[in-house]
Design a protein around this ligand. Structure first.
Ligand code: G3I
Length: 380
C-alpha cells in the first residue's frame, strides 16, 4: 500500500514537471488583434462615447479593450461638457474615461482644451482679452492639472485654421489675438510638462492649410514654447485626399521636428455634397437616394474599395512609422459614427472597421494582413 502511494506520488510529480516544461518551451502567441499586430509601429486608438466608457455592452467593451492601445473621449472632455459654467466642472465621464484607459493599459489622449466649437456659452460670451486669458488659463490648469501624469497627450488647440491657412476668426483670436495659441501651449506644458502637446485639425493634407499649420506651429516653437506634435484628423473619403498629399503632409509636418498623429480617422463611402456645384442644395440632401444609396447594406464592390483605401493609407503610415506616434479611428463601429449625421442627417455610412453588428469588416482584415505581410518580409 505504501509503495503504491509512493508510486502515485512520483507519477503525479513527473506529470507536473513535464507539464511545466511543455509550457516553458511553447509560450502562448499573442492574439491577432490590431493592438498586438501594430504594437511595434504606433499606437492604434479609437474614440469612445459615453456608452462605451460605461462598458454597458460587453461585446463592444471586449473590442475596445482587445483591439486598441489608445483611447480618446469623443465628446466628454470638450469645454461644453467638462466646464459648462465658470465655476462648475463635470468630471463624471472624464474620470471614468481615464480609469478605463488605465484598466486596459492604454495611451490616453485628451480632446480638447481650446476649440471654438462645443464651447461653453460663458466662454463664448467673453469680450475682454484679460478676461479671456484668465478663463483659458484656469480651464487648462484645472483640467490638465486634474489628470496630470495620467492623460498622456492633449489636443491643446483644435481647428484654429481656415482652409486657406489663415487663422480662424474665433472668439479666442478676436479677444486675445494670435497670442492665445502660444499661451495655450505654454500653460499646458507648465501644468503637465510630461504630457505630449498637439495642434489638431481637419483637412491637414490640403496644401494651403498645411502651409498655414506649419507657419503657426513654427511661430510657437520659435518662441521657445513646446509643441510635441501635429494631429491630422483624417476625416477622409474613398478618393480624396490623394495618397501623395497624405504622404507629403506627414513628411512636411515631421520636418518641423514634431511627431505626427492621425487623430480622427474614418473614411466616408457616401457622396460628398461639397463636391456638388450650386446654391442652397443642402435641404434636398436628406431624403435623396443619390445622397444615401446604401441603406440596405454596403455592396461588395464598395466594401472592397474601402478595404483597399484603408490598406493604401496604412501602407503610407507603416512606411513612415518612425514619424507617426498614433493612429486613432473616430469610433469603433459604423453604427456609432458621427458620419451618419454629417454633412447630411440620417444617412447610413460605413466608415469604420467594425460593422453595425460589431463584426470586423474587410477593411479590418486588410490592415491586419498588410502588417503581418510586412513583418514576414522583414524576417525573411
Ligand atoms: O449631449 C447631447 C445629449 O444630451 C443629447 O441627448 C443628444 C441629442 O442629439 O445630443 C448630445 O450632444 C451631441 C454630442 O455629439 C454627443 O452625442 C451633439 O448634439 C453633437 O453635436 C455632438 O457631435 C459631436 C461633434 O464632434 C461636435 O462636438 C460628434 O459626436 C463628434 O464625433 C464630433 O467630433 C469632432 C471632433 O471633436 C473634432 N473634429 C471633428 C469631429 C467630427 O465633427
Amino acid at each position: 500500500m505504501k509503495i503504491k502511494q509512493q508510486f502515485l506520488f512520483f507519477t503525479a510529480l513527473l506529470i507536473l514537471v513535464i507539464g511545466c516544461k511543455t509550457n516553458e518551451v511553447e509560450p502562448k502567441k499573442p492574439a491577432i488583434t490590431l493592438r498586438n499586430v501594430y504594437e511595434d509601429a504606433f499606437y492604434i486608438g479609437t474614440a469612445i462615447n459615453k456608452f462605451q466608457i460605461d462598458e454597458s455592452d460587453s461585446v463592444m467593451a471586449g473590442i475596445v479593450g482587445r483591439e486598441f492601445s489608445s483611447i480618446t473621449a469623443e465628446n466628454e472632455m470638450k469645454s461644453m461638457q467638462i466646464h459648462p459654467t465658470k465655476d462648475s466642472f463635470n468630471y463624471e465621464y472624464p474620470d471614468k474615461f481615464v480609469a478605463l484607459g488605465e484598466k486596459y493599459n492604454m495611451f490616453i489622449h485628451g480632446h480638447t482644451l481650446v476649440w471654438h466649437s462645443q464651447l461653453s456659452s460663458w466662454i463664448r460670451s467673453i469680450k475682454d482679452s484679460t478676461e479671456m486669458a484668465e478663463a483659458l488659463k484656469n480651464h487648462i490648469q484645472t483640467i490638465v492639472g486634474r489628470y496630470k501624469g495620467r492623460v498622456n497627450s492633449w489636443d491643446v488647440v483644435n481647428e484654429a485654421l481656415n482652409e486657406d491657412g489663415t487663422l480662424r476668426q474665433s472668439v479666442f483670436l478676436n479677444t486675445m489675438g494670435e497670442d492665445y495659441l502660444a499661451l495655450a501651449f505654454k500653460w499646458t506644458s507648465e501644468t503637465d510638462p510630461k504630457a505630449d502637446l498637439y495642434y489638431n485639425d481637419y483637412n491637414m493634407a490640403n496644401a494651403e492649410k498645411r502651409k498655414g499649420a506649419i507657419k503657426m506651429v513654427k511661430n510657437i516653437i520659435d518662441k521657445g514654447i513646446k509643441v510635441d506634435g501635429i494631429g491630422m484628423q483624417g476625416h477622409w473619403h474613398l478618393n480624396t485626399p490623394s495618397l501623395e498629399d497624405i504622404e507629403q503632409s506627414i513628411l512636411d509636418y515631421s520636418a518641423l521636428g514634431v511627431k505626427v498623429a492621425i487623430t480622427e480617422l474614418d473614411i466616408s463611402v457616401l457622396p460628398n455634397p461639397d463636391e456638388l456645384v450650386g446654391a442652397d442644395i443642402a435641404q434636398n440632401f436628406q431624403n435623396s437616394e443619390v445622397m444615401n444609396p446604401y441603406t440596405k447594406g454596403l455592396p461588395d464592390s464598395i466594401q472592397v474599395k474601402l478595404a483597399n483605401r484603408y490598406k493604401d493609407i496604412f501602407k503610407i503610415f507603416l512606411k513612415h512609422k518612425d514619424k507617426i506616434s498614433r493612429v486613432t479611428f473616430w469610433g469603433v463601429s459604423d453604427g456609432q459614427s458621427w458620419l451618419n449625421g454629417f454633412p447630411v442627417r440620417g444617412r447610413t455610412n460605413y466608415p469604420l472597421l467594425f460593422d453595425r453588428q460589431l463584426k470586423p469588416k474587410s477593411a479590418y482584415d486588410s490592415i491586419i494582413a498588410l502588417k503581418l505581410r510586412e513583418d514576414k518580409q522583414l524576417t525573411k
